[in-house]
Design a protein around this ligand. Structure first.
Ligand code: ZN
Length: 329
């Protein structure tokens, strides 16, 4: 069988698609059969039917490194609500199906493709471009292109471009100028680089709650953070990137305010967004989230850039303290 090296930040799903395409479009089950039994299993024994296990075992790859560097799992499973045990490292079998099932956005950067070809290797699907909310290439600062074909992972980025839509400068420029959006992307990249297992929901919620309180945000309402985030993110980005943001149940806390209640589950990506909302420095933010740094209400604390508290209406149920001592805004 033909294999090539896994490339930097290459999405593992796309890599497996490339292997199948390079070997006469092998179906998933045939690929698993062709790779032979897992190490330690006898020939002919029933292989755990998982492409992830089959490929990493055949190529002697480290599962933890593959999940951390080549899948969206460190973001989509970045928070754990399991209370009975410590969060398990990302290299364990329980994460393999998430590594192979997360539907990628199928986005590519045309300049990255040109660069790949100039560098003499096949263009590939980059993980960072597949993250919800990422609409431009951070390396080339150009809008991404959304591919539409259902078979794009096997076809590869170049073929997939035959049926694709380019995001426009008009769509993307406002996002690139929005501090909260750029901080969100920074926070996400840092979490992907740093996490080797999920954060505990209780600790992460507590850290974010204390941070909000230190900024003077009253969290007794159900939309405190939602009102803030809606005012500081360009139209359409939230509903496209966080689909649960359009589902409103008036009697319950909003999709983003839930992160301050550790017993309520929500999309783990929402923690990254709330972190970007509440801190000015993404490095400091991620450190606080990961280490659970506790902050006391700080009279000198300033609102992060792009998050002026006056954007929250007086009838919003929650907003920053009006005290001039807080030096907010
Ligand atoms: Zn690029």
């Amino acid at each position: 069988m033909k294999f090539r090296t896994l490339l930097p930040d290459e999405l593992f799903l796309g890599y497996v698609g490339h292997i199948r395409a390079a070997n006469f479009l092998l179906p998933r089950t045939r690929l698993i059969d062709r790779l032979g039994p897992l190490r330690g299993q006898r020939e002919g024994s029933v292989r755990r039917s998982c492409e992830f296990s089959a490929v990493i075992d055949h190529l002697s790859l480290d599962p933890l490194e593959v999940v951390r560097r080549h899948t969206l799992v460190p973001l989509t499973k970045s928070v754990s609500w399991e209370q009975s045990e410590e969060p398990r490292p990302f290299g364990q079998f329980v994460y393999y199906r998430f590594a192979m099932s997360a539907a990628p956005a199928g986005r590519v950067c045309r300049d990255c493709i040109l660069e790949d070809e100039l560098n003499g290797h096949p263009p590939y699907w980059r993980r960072l471009h597949q993250i919800a909310g990422v609409n431009w290439c951070g390396r080339h600062m150009r809008p991404l292109t959304s591919t539409l074909c259902n078979r794009r992972l096997s076809l590869g980025p170049v073929k997939a471009l035959e049926d694709a839509i380019d995001l426009t400068r008009e769509d993307v420029d406002p996002l690139m100028r929005a501090p909260v959006v750029t901080r969100y992307l920074d926070v996400v990249e840092r979490l992907l680089a740093l996490l080797d297992r999920p954060l505990e929901a209780a600790k992460a919620s507590w850290t974010l709650r204390r941070r909000a309180e230190s900024l003077g945000i009253k969290l007794n309402g159900k939309q405190s953070l939602e009102l803030l985030i809606r005012q500081v993110t360009p139209g359409g980005w939230l509903s496209e990137s966080f689909p649960d943001s359009v589902q409103r149940i008036p009697s319950e806390s909003s999709w983003i305010d839930r992160i301050t209640y550790s017993h309520i589950r929500c999309r783990p990506e929402t923690f990254a967004l709330a972190t970007a909302l509440l801190w000015d420095d993404p490095g400091e933010a991620v450190e606080a989230l990961v280490l659970g740094t506790v902050e006391r209400p700080n009279p000198r604390c300033r609102f992060p850039r792009g998050c002026s508290p006056e954007v929250v209406g007086e009838d919003g149920g929650s907003h920053a303290k009006p005290s001039t001592q807080n030096n907010l805004g």
